[in-house]
Unconditional design. Structure first.
Lengths: 213, 78
């Protein structure tokens, strides 16, 4: 491969760019393709932030409609997906503010900023611990556990670990610094781990004694 | 490496963004410290479980409603 080809390969545009161009040219079916590609993620993000199904449905609709209307403002220097996520996060926070009439809601809410201490619960988990639960029971455990996290931790975990945004993209989307994202991600991961330990820890056999510190 | 140093590196370890030198220190520490090994393994598992399980399904009919809303918006001028 020549150097020029190699460079051209690196610069190959994201497939969404072509779809966005087609939508701008008036092809609404290309927008349908983008919607179907990302609607699950956008709904999940909205549900994680608003914690309310009706609100999440409204947020998903409003976010895709707003993105459609504002497509001319999409610069293409970020990915279409992260631009869409930013719209959905803002819509979700606005929806929360409406529900809590007048009370300010921000992603800084409820966040303790102290740095991590060594976790308390150090019990190991059973191998494949999720196998011990039925599908719907497991989903309920996972929902309940993540809902208990402070908002500011939960959003960072969802964007970074579940939806696959980079640290930089998460910081940009939430208007946080990179160190703030990193610190919240660590706290979120450790808190979730500790809470899930209640369900997933290895059960002691009859002949074993407890020797945890 | 101390446990607190391991903890400060935990995210970088999980995201696989540590240098070979740090990795050697880390492996030595994990070989001696069962607690930190448990933290690393169970934190990795936490992330994997959340990634691989759909806990909020798309409600039935929502996709169709969104499609209709976009088409209605489009009639006003695509």
């Amino acid at each position: 491969m020549s150097a020029i080809q190699a460079i051209a390969g690196e610069l190959e545009p994201h497939p969404d760019v072509a779809l966005v161009d087609r939508v701008r040219g008036g092809d609404v079916s290309a927008y349908d393709t983008l919607v179907r590609k990302y609607d699950r993620q956008i709904f999940r993000i909205a549900q994680h932030i608003t914690q309310n199904r009706e609100d999440a449905e409204d947020v998903m609709q409003d976010a895709f409609l707003k993105a459609y209307e504002k497509l001319d403002q999409f610069q293409g220097n970020s990915k279409f997906y992260t631009w869409l996520v930013r719209i959905a996060v803002n819509e979700s926070l606005m929806r929360l503010r409406k529900r809590r009439t007048g009370k300010m809601v921000s992603i800084d809410e409820d966040v303790e900023t102290e740095e991590g201490s060594v976790p308390r619960d150090l019990a190991d988990w059973a191998p494949d611990p999720e196998q011990n639960y039925g599908q719907s029971e497991l989903a309920e455990i996972l929902r309940k556990t993540i809902q208990g996290l402070p908002q500011g931790f939960r959003i960072v975990f969802v964007l970074r670990d579940v939806e696959g945004l980079s640290t930089e993209e998460t910081a940009e989307t939430l208007g946080l610094s990179i160190p703030a994202v990193k610190s919240r991600l660590l706290r979120a991961r450790l808190q979730l781990r500790e809470r899930l330990s209640r369900y997933f820890r290895r059960k002691k056999g009859p002949g074993e004694t407890r020797n945890e510190k | 490496m101390k446990c607190s140093e391991f903890l400060a590196l935990l995210d970088d370890v999980i995201d696989d963004s540590i240098t070979a030198e740090v990795r050697t220190d880390l492996e030595q520490h994990l070989g001696r410290c069962g607690h930190c090994e448990v933290i690393l393994n169970t934190t990795r598992k936490t992330i994997e479980i959340y990634r691989s399980h759909e806990i909020y399904d798309l409600p039935p009919g929502l996709r169709e409603r969104l499609h209709a809303a976009i088409m209605a918006r489009c009639k006003k001028g695509c």
